[in-house]
Write a protein that binds this ligand. Structure first.
Ligand code: FMN
Length: 387
């Protein structure tokens, strides 16, 4: 067995759940679900192939209600009828002792009326995302906000019933939970908007709803994770200082881990070029052991993963796990030379990568057509907030 630190087991603080190693597959939408969000066989095959090696595997994001849909072919957990498919998905992901987490979200203003079949997207306020082509959403009413919080809770209930080991609240990448915290998208003057504390109310209410459902329904240890994007590029937008304030509040909740969404683990501030400290290190120091921190972004080789595992609790590997489903097994087998860092079009079928998924990966990764998954991710504004 290799002596890598990332291969050592990891036990969560508040739950008796142990991961067999510290490598995580982060949430990656595959666009393989049916039009209504039902899990497909192709999707199960894709997840099954990548299970067994890693300690923890997080699904692509699943919408908690119909207005929360952000992509065609995205998972849904918006109704009990999705539970049988999600159960099969959880079982496939848990192969070989991997822990399976369902990521849940609402896309909010990052959707559009085509995806929503004629409905206008919703958000904290009627402010369009400051990017080309985004529609102006309508502001959720107070009653709709309460209903959305309830929908998150029902999604947690379904994840428990489907056999997952936990859920991750998608509070990152500019989707609805983040939209409420952001001064860019939240201009409300009622109890759900205003100063930083008020903008934090919706994210916090969702966390509390999830805690309540877990405490009431879960008959086994069940993880509650929270994903953040530490900064927004927009003006106004979330600053690192805002993120540290959110972390202070999350410390008073029962979350089991914090997942920091970035395209480079070692990145410094995008908003403040004078701040030369690595953001993940600042976040880790601020968390100060209150809960484990998962980092992600640009990890490919065992050496990359080891460097990150020496500084952070858990290390997520995205693109590289699409390319190389057996990354961990190859490390364990001392067969690192066999790890695949590039793939050819002829490999796509074997890797379970459907054309729709390939197009999607390329659209958000800046990869050139015909050179699938081979280009290094650069740190640009277009991939800072990738979903
Ligand atoms: C195809 C694809 C789909 C993604 N879908 C999601 C998602 O559903 N939820 C999410 O939080 N992040 C999503 N992401 C972001 C990844 O979780 C991860 O943060 C990002 O790919 C950076 O890690 P990497 O450099 O190891 O790939 C997605 C990324 C890719 C490439």
């Amino acid at each position: 067995m290799s002596g890598y630190h990332f291969l050592k087991p990891f036990t969560f603080k508040h739950q008796t759940i142990t991961l067999k190693n510290r490598i995580v597959i982060p949430p990656m939408t595959t666009r393989l679900s049916f039009e209504d969000g039902t899990v497909t066989r192709d999707e199960i095959r894709y997840y099954q192939q990548r299970a067994g090696g890693v300690g923890m595997f997080i699904t692509g994001t699943a919408n908690v209600n119909a207005l929360g849909k952000g992509f065609e072919g995205e998972l849904s957990v918006a109704d009990d009828r999705f539970i049988p498919g999600l159960s099969k998905l959880a079982a496939a992901m848990k192969t070989g002792g991997t822990k399976a987490i369902l990521q849940i979200f609402s896309a909010g203003r990052m959707s559009n009326s085509k995806i929503l079949r004629g409905e206008q997207p919703v958000s904290a306020s009627a402010v369009a995302a400051p990017r080309a082509g985004y529609e102006t959403p309508r502001a959720l009413t107070s009653a709709e906000i309460e209903a959305t919080i309830h929908d998150f809770g029902q999604a947690v209930r379904r994840a428990i019933l489907a056999g997952f080991d936990g859920i991750e609240l998608h509070g990152a990448n500019t989707y609805l939970i983040q939209q409420f915290y952001s001064p860019n998208s939240n201009r409300r003057t009622d109890e759900w908007g205003g100063d930083r504390d008020k903008r934090m109310r919706f994210p916090l209410a969702v966390v509390h709803e999830a805690e309540k459902v877990i405490a009431t329904i879960a008959d086994r240890p069940f993880l509650l994770g929270y994903r953040i994007s530490p900064e927004e590029l927009e003006q106004p937008g979330i600053t690192l200082d805002d993120t540290l304030a959110l972390i202070d509040t999350l410390k008073q909740t029962k979350i089991d881990y914090l997942h920091v969404s970035q395209s480079d683990v070692w990145r410094t501030s995008l908003r403040n070029p004078e701040d030369t400290a690595i953001m993940n290190e600042q976040i880790r120091d601020h968390v100060a052991g209150a809960f484990p921190v998962i980092v992600v972004g640009g990890i490919k080789t065992p050496a990359d993963a080891e460097k990150a595992a020496e500084s952070f609790d858990l290390v997520a590997i995205g693109h590289e796990m699409i390319r190389e489903p057996h990354w961990v097994q190859k490390v364990l087998d001392h067969d690192e030379k066999a790890i695949r860092y590039q793939i050819a079009p002829a490999d796509l079928e074997e890797l379970g990568i459907a054309p729709t998924f390939l197009d999607f990966i390329e659209s958000i990764s800046g990869g050139a057509k015909g050179v699938p998954l081979t280009t290094a991710q650069s740190v640009t504004s277009s991939n800072v907030t990738q979903d």
